[in-house]
Design a protein around this ligand. Structure first.
Ligand SMILES: Cc1cc2nc3c(=O)[nH]c(=O)nc-3n(C[C@H](O)[C@H](O)[C@H](O)COP(=O)(O)O)c2cc1C
Length: 486
């Protein structure tokens, strides 16, 4: 992962913990209306992919244990990991692109209801993404996969030569000459792996995205409702299709790119179809970026306009993240795919403890508060969820008291200690295991390995019934916590 050059080391500072009475009187542990339903508290576990699904996208026992373990801590809401809306192979990522996925997803709902005594509301994050290939072996790419064009022939002075000779000549070129012979996309495919963009209008399936996606999202939302989820979160953030439509880098010339109005058109159309499919009595919100955090990407002003448009359209909540883009991601190793959290924008998304003067805690607070203020100025009361480095009670309470957010997201803090909520609420905050923001979890995510936390994954490995990672070295969920009898 990329680190700010200042390399200033920060330590989490959760501050004082409330007594049970103070917690019960707090804003954080007070209810909030979210569209047609009520959250028991304003605490939220944002979506986190734990890499526990089967290779064909079905729910496993490990998924059930994972979400039940979070639910035992009784957050107000959990958003289940990014779940693919298409019926296409996507590796061990949950999928909802066909009715056959519904029974497994329903088991997650049942597990969460049971573990939280029915208290925790459950949403499913719906994602679409475009194709990205692994960085190829140069010999295979140049020797086999690259489509040889007139441009290559001219650059090499081999206009009439057989294709095999052109490939041999490309393979023999030094790096800087090769960079001249290939066009920018070919060079990217060689150095980083080919990646589709929403602006590739010459590709029929990309041109057709605005015709195809509303129906796919709507069918997925219908299935989420059938599975018993309390609502869906449309994934309009990070490096994926919908965020790429919103991005200022989207220059599509078909009415779905260029101006802000055009860039937000498809996200609004998707929402419209989803709403029509699931009805007004079902929670539909989205996660989007307060800023793209890349050159030429969307700025806070863009996101303010998008937030107001989503609220006006009738979304039930808006959850704000930032960054997490492919454009500035690190070059992957040969055989690996680029990962959108390895560059400066990735740092903004999941800031780690080695940071700059601003530090890793709360980098998303100010832009989220500005978006929320604009929504309120437009006369709308849509709840805004903020996340990014929250780990202390006072920090969360202050966000709510200062009217900067309505719901507080704890992603890595709840991964470090899923009992954060129940401990703090019951006056046992001093027993919280605080996230150190070392991004051990994020490194596992990058390798598509089962996500765990270094604060607990080697603890009591011999406890009866403990399920372990494939290599047998780590436990998959933290040990249970029992409140001391006081
Ligand atoms: C292992 C891991 C997986 C994640 N997966 C998702 C995801 O599926 N969807 C999403 O919107 N964000 C995802 N995120 C980002 C988090 O939801 C959150 O925005 C980010 O970690 C910052 O919040 P925090 O400081 O509270 O951890 C993931 C984060 C981690 C650490």
């Amino acid at each position: 992962m990329w680190r700010p050059p200042q390399k200033i080391k920060w330590k989490p500072a959760p501050g004082a913990w409330p007594t049970r009475e103070q917690a019960l009187a707090s804003r954080l542990f007070s209810p909030l209306r979210l569209g047609p339903l009520e959250l028991a508290t304003r605490t939220w576990v944002p979506a986190m992919v734990p890499w526990r699904a089967t290779d064909d996208g079905f729910v496993t026992q490990d998924n059930l244990d994972w979400y039940a373990r979070f639910a035992a801590g009784r957050p107000g809401a959990i958003v289940v990991e990014a779940t693919g809306i298409r019926d296409v192979p996507s590796g061990p990522l949950l999928r909802i692109g066909h009715d056959r996925f519904v029974p497994g997803l329903r088991r997650i709902v049942d597990a969460v209801r049971e573990a939280s005594g029915g208290e925790t509301k459950l949403f499913l994050q719906l994602i679409d993404f475009l194709s990205i290939r692994r960085r190829p072996e140069p010999t295979k790419f140049l020797g086999r996969h690259l489509a040889i064009t007139e441009r290559h022939r001219r650059a090499l002075g081999l206009v009439d030569a057989p294709e095999a000779q052109v490939r041999d000549a490309l393979l023999a070129l030094p790096a800087e000459r090769l960079a001249e012979a290939l066009d920018a996309r070919e060079l990217e495919a060689l150095r980083r792996g080919a990646r589709e963009r929403v602006t590739d209008l010459e590709l029929p399936h990309i041109r057709e995205l605005p015709r195809v996606l509303p129906g796919l999202f709507a069918a997925a939302a219908r299935r989420a409702r059938e599975a018993g989820f309390d609502g869906v979160e449309l994934h309009y953030a990070h490096a994926y299709t919908m965020a790429s439509f919103l991005s200022a880098r989207n220059t599509r010339d078909d009415g779905y790119g260029g101006s802000r109005e055009n860039r937000v058109r498809l996200p609004l159309e998707v929402f419209g179809r989803v709403r029509a499919e699931v009805g007004d009595d079902y929670v539909v919100g989205c996660r989007f970026l307060s800023e793209d955090c890349i050159d030429g990407g969307s700025t806070l002003d863009d996101s303010i306009a998008f937030g107001v448009a989503f609220a006006q359209a009738g979304m039930d909540f808006l959850s704000l993240s930032r960054g997490g883009k492919f454009e500035d991601a690190k070059q992957p190793a040969i055989g690996a795919a680029a990962y959108p959290y390895t560059g400066p924008s990735g740092y903004e998304c999941m800031p780690a403890h080695v940071s700059d003067e601003r530090g890793p805690f709360g980098r998303n607070f100010e832009p989220s508060a500005r978006i929320r203020a604009a929504i309120r100025a437009a006369g709308l009361s849509t709840p805004v969820v903020v996340a990014g480095g929250v780990h202390g009670f006072a920090q969360a309470e202050e966000l709510l008291a200062a009217d900067r957010a309505d719901v507080v997201g704890f992603a890595r803090a709840s991964l470090a200690d899923p009992d954060w909520f129940t401990k703090v609420r019951s006056g046992h905050g001093d027993q919280v295991a605080t996230c150190i923001y070392a991004n051990y979890c994020e490194a596992l995510d990058e390798r598509h390995e089962e996500v765990t936390c270094q604060l607990w994954d080697r603890t009591a490995l011999d406890e009866p019934g403990v399920r372990r990672t494939k290599d047998g070295k780590r436990r998959l969920t933290p040990p249970a916590w029992a409140a001391p009898s006081d």
